[in-house]
Design a protein around this ligand. Structure first.
Ligand SMILES: [Zn+2]
Length: 240
């Protein structure tokens, strides 16, 4: 039986000044996440509509505070809003540098950046740094510690087979609290390990049925992982 998407977006979570808002996470359509502390703002998986949602919700001041973008993988529902964000910042004459973290080998982000740079590179008011990353040691950005971890996401080939794509989850630590975002993934041990004990786990439940679990997780699988965190959100649940 298909699961009905009962989520009403946005999903919001806050502990003191550690805040995350999921504007949307709809398979094949769009994801869009804003993570903030008093010191910084990150955008995670800027799918189509992220600029519209941020403009309506927080306005240019917060959008200009965004120091880093984190991409879990290159599928269009996770990167579709990158071009408009980069252009928006250019129009607003952003001055502060921007870093884009993405899984090594994610050609979509490199292609978007290359095309953007060809069009706007000469007149750009801010510096963009591409940061390909892998399952590596944690690093810190503006007092937030970020631990990227490899997850297991695939895409379908035209002949019906599937191929693994570069994909990461991220665990964000700030002020002795943590948020674990798994991106898109089939059930995987790395996510099990990272979600456990998190203050918030954001877990995808995108499998259409029991047969499609090499691409995504079922609601039951996602809940099993989510329950090991203090709180969890299920996202990326397919609409009927
Ligand atoms: Zn995907």
């Amino acid at each position: 039986m298909k699961q009905k998407n009962l989520h009403q977006y946005p999903l919001v979570w806050r502990k003191d000044d550690f805040f995350i808002k999921i504007y949307s996470s709809i398979p094949n359509v769009s994801t869009g996440i804003l993570l903030t502390t008093s010191k910084t703002a990150f955008i995670v998986d800027p799918g189509d509509g992220i600029l519209r949602d941020l403009t309506k919700d927080v306005g240019p001041e917060t959008i200009l505070r965004v120091s880093d973008i984190f991409i879990s993988h290159g599928h269009h529902d996770h990167v579709g809003g990158v071009w408009s964000l980069l252009t928006y910042w250019s129009v607003l004459r952003r001055k502060t540098p921007l870093s884009i973290y993405y899984p090594e080998g994610c050609v979509e982000i490199e292609s978007i950046y290359k095309a953007f740079n060809e069009v706007y590179g000469k007149e750009l008011s801010y510096k963009i740094t591409l940061k390909p990353i892998s399952d590596q040691k944690a690093f810190t950005r503006n007092s937030v510690r970020i631990k990227p971890f490899k997850v297991n996401h695939r895409e379908l080939n035209p002949d019906g087979t599937s191929a693994e794509i570069p994909s990461l989850g991220f665990k964000y630590y700030y002020d002795s609290k943590s948020i674990c975002y798994g991106g898109d993934t089939a059930y995987c041990e790395n996510l099990v390990k990272m979600a456990k004990g998190s203050d918030l786990a954001i877990i995808e439940a995108g499998a259409l049925d029991e047969e499609s679990t090499d691409l995504h997780m079922t609601v039951a699988q996602a809940k099993e992982i989510g329950k090991t965190a203090k709180e969890f959100f299920l996202v990326h649940v397919p609409d009927e």
